[in-house]
Design a protein around this ligand. Sequence first.
Ligand code: FBP
Length: 343
Amino acid sequence: MNTISPPELIIPESNLDRDCTTLSRHVLQSLKSFSPDAYDLSAIMSRIALAGKLISRRLSRAGLMEDVLGFTGETNIQGESVKKMDTYANEVFISVFKQSGLVCRLASEEMDKPYYIPENCPIGRYTLLYDPIDGSSNVDINLNVGSIFAIRQQEGEDLDGEATDLLQNGSKQIAAGYILYGPATVLVYTMGNGVHSFFLDPSLGEFILAQENIKIPDHGSVYSVNEGNFWQWNDSFRNYTRYVHRQEGYTGRYSGALVGDIHRILMQGGVFLYPGTTEQPEGKLRLLYETAPLAFIIEQAGGKASDGINPILDIIPSKIHYRTPAILGSKNEVELVESFIEK
Ligand code: FBP
């Protein structure tokens, strides 16, 4: 019997396969399953990707549009003046999940309480926690900003709307990641089986796989911290900073956007730290939608993340907008910082 050999492929299979590895396909591939749960998570990631595309498009044209940059005049639950891009991005994440049956509840840096999408409840068993625009101080001057996200399963009916089931440690994160709006738009995510990056190909309008199983170097020359707070730190962090100032080979890099600094460190090694200060002993960064999602990424890439003493992923928040000091990055560099902290 004559077997028909498949036609000679013009494009090397690997390139075509890579070019076709969109985020939603990669999620199914890495979950090695076509179960309803796997499809739900793949669909959730596609909606997050859509939010990233909408925000990236807005940012790329913001300088030419009316009423897109600047402040709204409001102050959010963090006590921060709200940027118009914060509000736009926050609403984009809500809109992309409407009529999805996937996410019942969204908790964000910009909202006092979680937002519920009634038509998605109770079938939508997932909660999205997110920082719609990370690095807001950079947004009006066209410097890099990001979005940070984490997906958790809803436990219980949450009838009082207090979302107390979210007040659990970081191991409850099913997936986490960030979108970096830089020269290119990059999405990095983990589902507990490695860290993978995707570049937005504007010609396709798709996030395409760029790198799988990213590993952070154990050592890195970069330390990333706002030294403007030096005199508000305790001796431990001052002594660490004095040490790296005197040590050959270390260099400071601080972009003002956590996502940008973490992405550099994930790719090249180093350490990011935001210590507590006399004004804010608990630090500035929020656990549920900033440091816990990034700690999941960093630890999945072989790095380390702590508040100086406890692993960030072990910390249990007492409220949705709970803050912690944060040290994230290469294993050796985080341990070096920790070695300066009197136990
Ligand atoms: P936003 O999410 O409101 O932007 O706050 C977080 C952040 O901007 C981080 O991206 C950044 O690392 C840090 O705060 C900068 O804070 P500071 O200006 O105090 O150094």
